[in-house]
Write a protein that binds this ligand. Structure first.
Ligand SMILES: NC(=O)c1ccc[n+]([C@@H]2O[C@H](COP(=O)([O-])OP(=O)(O)OC[C@H]3O[C@@H](n4cnc5c(N)ncnc54)[C@H](O)[C@@H]3O)[C@@H](O)[C@H]2O)c1
Ligand SMILES: CC(C)(O)[C@@H](O)C(=O)O
Ligand SMILES: [Mg+2]
Ligand SMILES: [Mg+2]
Length: 335
């Protein structure tokens, strides 16, 4: 039997371990902006560190921060939070963090990639820990502003101070994470499950399933607008029902016809072969092969990633989605 995970909530956690600490957030993108705003709103002392002036710099200024060059933010900080892209973290660490590392500094990650795959190997006189939100950056901010929070995973890799977990939980609390819950894990478990999840379901699996259903319906001569509402737009409503009320809640909200069709046909579409593909994807992550491939792709200027973005931007799904945007927006609840 698997052991029961330790989950920390609001009342078991405190901001004390972060009080008086100077926190440098490196990067002001999806997570960086959410973390900087949430931590500041929670009363912590935050500086934003960026490589150069540009879009992120302007956004940070607009949000009331006074961004600094990465090395200047690092020099003045006690706690360094890595919120630049995973592939950029190694160079930022080597060139802008390592030269200024002092004993008792903290290195904090939102995903374990660089530590788990040993792209960054910090000296053992600093703390290394992680607070990994289980949701996209803009949602981390939106939930916090509305009084909620996205659940987070916390993990400690190096505990020089003996207080690393307390500090991770203080950051988790400031981020809003403990309003839901902070689950204790390891860098290995977070890194592997996060990669497996985003590849096989959250990003890869869901996107391909929607595309496959949409494109098949269109190929069969159905109107693309009807296909879009059926296979892409309504998915949010079904997933929201699962989110709010579990699978049973969702099933109770759909017709018996949908339940019967779903139980019998779903297993034919997502079958043993699909499960085997999930296992293979998980093995590629566990063996480090995916990391190797991604590092190599990044080294070549990310051609596959760039082409994926270009193709999707030009796709029929996006064309129809843009055309229906007005209707979808009009129908959205207003509060
Ligand atoms: N995106 C998410 O919702 C999400 C969720 C959980 C964890 N994470 C983790 O959070 C971390 C940050 O991811 P993100 O998606 O927020 O990043 P992002 O791509 O949104 O980061 C963009 C920021 O990094 C800066 N940046 C871009 N390239 C850079 C470079 N080469 N050198 C220095 N700075 C650079 C940009 O100026 C910008 O401020 C990653 O470890 C990621 O795995 C992300
Ligand atoms: C938001 C996700 C997919 O959960 C995150 O893991 C990421 O890498 O962006
Ligand atoms: Mg991820
Ligand atoms: Mg994730």
């Amino acid at each position: 039997m698997s052991r029961i995970a330790k989950i920390y909530t609001e009342k078991e956690t405190s901001l004390d371990a972060m009080k008086g600490k100077r926190i440098a957030i490196l990067g002001y993108g999806s997570q960086g902006r959410a973390w900087a705003l949430n931590l500041r709103d929670s009363g912590l002392n935050v500086t934003v560190g960026l490589e150069r002036e540009g879009k992120s710099w302007e956004q940070a200024k607009q949000d009331g921060f006074n961004p600094k060059r990465t090395e200047d933010a690092v020099k003045e900080a006690d706690v360094i939070i890595f919120l630049v892209p995973d592939m950029a973290q190694r160079v930022v660490y080597r060139e802008k963090v390592q030269p200024y590392l002092r004993e008792r500094m903290d290195l904090v990650f939102a995903h374990g990639f660089n530590i788990h795959y040993r792209l960054i190997e910090p000296p053992n006189n600093v703390d290394v820990y992680m607070v990994a939100p289980k949701g996209p950056g803009p949602i981390v901010r939106e939930f916090y502003v509305k009084g909620g929070g996205v659940p987070v995973l916390v993990a400690v890799h190096q505990n020089h101070s003996n207080k690393a977990l307390e500090k991770a939980l203080a950051i988790a609390k400031a981020l809003g994470g403990t309003r839901a819950g902070a689950i204790e894990t390891t860098f290995k478990e977070e890194t592997e499950t996060d990669l497996i999840g985003e590849q096989t379901i959250l990003v890869g699996g869901v996107m391909e399933l929607m595309k496959a259903a949409f494109e098949t319906l269109v190929e069969m001569g159905y109107q693309p607008e009807v296909a879009y509402f059926e296979t892409i737009n309504e998915l949010k409503m079904i997933v929201d029902l699962v989110y709010d009320k579990g699978f049973m809640g969702m099933l109770r909200s759909v017709s018996d016809t949908a339940k019967y069709g779903g139980f019998t046909v779903g297993k034919k579409v997502i079958n043993e072969e699909t499960r085997q593909r999930i296992r293979e994807a998980a093995e590629r992550v566990r063996s480090g092969k995916f990391a190797e491939e991604w590092i190599e792709e990044y080294g070549r200027g990310s051609p596959v990633l760039k082409k994926g973005m270009e193709d999707m931007d030009k796709s029929k799904e996006e064309e129809i989605g843009r055309r229906l945007k007005e209707i979808i927006e009009r129908g959205r609840p207003k509060s």
